[in-house]
Ligand binder design. Structure first.
Ligand SMILES: [Mg+2]
Length: 145
């Protein structure tokens, strides 16, 4: 079976760290404003500057979800092909691809392939003949049904 796996908030704990740095950067606790950071369509120049400045730093600092490394190892051992499918780099922030690849190396997570810039995960799953997709986003899971 070919299994697709998302990165942010599926493999890594991303959300909390992004919120922490965004609160510091914008000097605000306004969660309505902060939450815009998670909606690509709402990323204006101000939010873009934040990501541009912090994204690589945050990628390097994300912690892994409990047992995720073991789960991926076990799936590979059982003969499944594990493909990472991520929207990372859908917006042009320097160093994201390299930082992401280094992150997988640093944590010794071996996968068969990493697909970046998956603006449409449905399309990426079809192109890579993914049988099962693991993703924290309900919207994406619904679209893949
Ligand atoms: Mg995610």
């Amino acid at each position: 079976m070919t299994i697709g796996v998302d990165i942010d908030d599926t493999i890594t704990n991303s959300h909390e760290l992004i919120i922490k740095y965004a609160k510091e950067y914008f000097c605000t606790d306004d969660m309505v404003f902060i939450n815009n950071i998670f909606h690509v369509a709402k990323i204006d120049n101000e939010l873009f500057s934040f990501y541009d400045k912090y994204i690589v730093k945050m990628i390097n600092e994300y912690t892994l979800k409990d047992n995720i490394k073991e789960v991926i190892e076990r799936l590979s051992e059982k003969g499944h092909k594990v493909i990472i499918i991520t929207a990372r780099c859908y917006t042009p922030f320097d160093g994201v691809i390299e930082a992401t690849k280094n992150y997988f190396k640093k944590h010794k997570i071996n996968v068969d392939k990493i697909v970046f810039r998956a603006k449409s995960k449905v399309k990426a799953c079809k192109e890579n003949k993914v049988d099962l997709m693991i993703d924290d986003s309900i919207e994406i899971v619904k679209k893949l049904k």
